[in-house]
Design a protein around this ligand. Structure first.
Ligand SMILES: *Cc1c(COP(=O)(O)O)cnc(C)c1O
Length: 423
């Protein structure tokens, strides 16, 4: 299901013309499809239905309140990594009793806020964190639900900057410490061990790392129960793949085939924390060509969106499909090969950094000043990682629903840029 389709050389989001949106709201412009967001959530929910999963959408992938509200209305829950994200979940009107709270550096204020919100569980990443949660729960007269984050030492075979489940990175704890801390929880009346948490990294386009992680979780759960814990939850984190290029990511059902039998064997509830796979292909970033220049034997297409809007190419060398909104050449099946009637171009932003590019050496049609471009798969880790570097105001975000649309975040003004400063 792809809501972004060309009809007669015109890109649409559902039933709305993208160039009409750009005309009305200007660029850079984020365009999201409600139908796609809901569809991707439901795909996961349906794939894992046999174990009645709790899908905790990872708020860090895209935290816009309207998107959280859409997901919440579908019955989706949330995974947060900060007090700010928990605040957003509450502002979106969501039920916080199914929220998972991850992150290696939770502050006392954040822990207190989460306890006040009666969350499902803290994904605890270290002993000092466990001690802090116990102390604060004690002060508040509460019992804190925790899951210890196990570093399964599984290679997710993903980018160095996004792998999290291997020995030697900062996330979670190894099995020895996990078991020590579980003993500590058992002896602590302020804490209750609700389950185990693992998150391998992202994006993971194969199922084997999940099978390995789930099997580790199963053996740990058995051991915990033999010690007297009432452990009932396995949280396998997020990291499901996204089709950035073609069909490189397996559908949710393929992950489910591997994971569901192990969860059934463990007789546990399953929590998942997908972010990218729900939001990623629900959004595009629309930009306008400012100039085209030829230098050093190359063609540079300079657009008004930049690494300040979408940092993934600069940060992870990520590939995003990119094509004109009103193309003179039909969009190809494969964007990585040489395309007929196209020539090579670097598509870059105006920021004063060589890493400010969206595509390098890409086969691309002729475009001119004023033409609109669409960068696809921009719904996850786009706006949330944006900045005001170079004092660039962030663009408008629009949510499309059939033939209707509305602003879900207005464009920042120059006044917004200095609003928090004092002289
Ligand atoms: C980032 C993160 C996720 C979400 O990962 P996606 O690739 O967006 O699915 C889930 N859980 C934890 C703990 C994370 O840090």
């Amino acid at each position: 299901m792809d809501p972004f389709q060309y009809q007669n050389s015109e890109l649409f989001c559902e039933d709305v013309s993208v160039s009409a949106l750009a005309e009305e709201f200007g660029t850079p412009l984020w365009v999201y499809s409600k139908a796609k967001l809901v569809h991707e959530y439901q795909q996961i929910q349906n794939a894992f239905a046999a174990v009645d999963p709790v899908i905790c959408y990872s708020v860090k992938a895209n935290s816009n309140l309207s998107l959280l509200k859409v997901l919440s209305e579908q019955g989706c829950s949330f995974d947060v990594v900060s007090g700010g994200e928990l605040y957003r979940v509450r502002e979106a009107g969501a039920d916080t009793t199914k929220v998972a709270f991850a992150g290696v550096g939770k502050t006392d204020d954040e822990i207190r806020f989460a306890l006040e919100s009666d969350i499902l569980m803290f994904n605890v990443e270290s002993e000092p964190e466990l001690d802090a949660i116990s102390r604060i729960a004690g002060e508040m007269g509460k019992v804190a639900p925790v899951a210890l984050r196990l570093n399964p030492d599984v290679d997710g075979k993903t980018h160095e900057k996004t792998t999290t489940g291997r020995k030697g990175n900062k996330f979670g704890m190894d099995i020895e410490r996990h078991n020590e801390l579980a003993d500590k929880v058992l002896a602590d009346p302020n804490l209750e061990l609700r389950g185990i948490h693992l998150h391998i990294g992202s994006p993971i386009n194969t199922t084997d790392p999940y099978r390995q992680a789930a099997e580790k979780a199963l053996s740990v759960v058995r051991e915990l129960r033999s010690k007297g814990h009432q452990t009932n939850w396995i949280n396998l984190g997020g990291g499901f793949g996204l089709n950035y290029k073609n069909d490189e990511a397996p559908p949710a059902s393929v992950y489910a085939e591997v994971i569901v039998p192990i969860i059934q064997e463990a007789e546990c509830r399953l929590a998942l924390e997908p972010g990218r796979s729900i939001a990623g292909n629900s959004g595009i970033l629309v930009s306008e060509v400012i100039f085209v220049k030829y230098e050093g034997g190359k063609r540079f297409v300079i657009q008004d969106a930049a690494m300040t809007d979408l940092i993934r190419p600069a940060m992870y060398d990520s590939f995003h499909k990119l094509w004109p909104v009103n193309p003179s050449v039909p969009a190809p099946e494969d964007f990585e090969v040489e395309i007929e009637n196209c020539s090579l171009a670097d598509i870059v932003g105006p920021v004063c950094e060589s890493s400010d590019y969206f595509a390098k050496g890409r086969s691309f049609p002729n475009v001119n000043r004023g033409d609109l471009l669409a960068t696809f798969s921009a719904g996850a880790y786009g706006t949330v990682m944006s900045s005001n570097y170079n004092s660039r105001p962030r663009g408008t975000e629009v949510l499309v629903d059939g033939n209707e649309y509305k602003i879900i975040r207005r464009r920042e003004s120059y006044e917004d840029l200095v609003a928090h400063e004092r002289v």
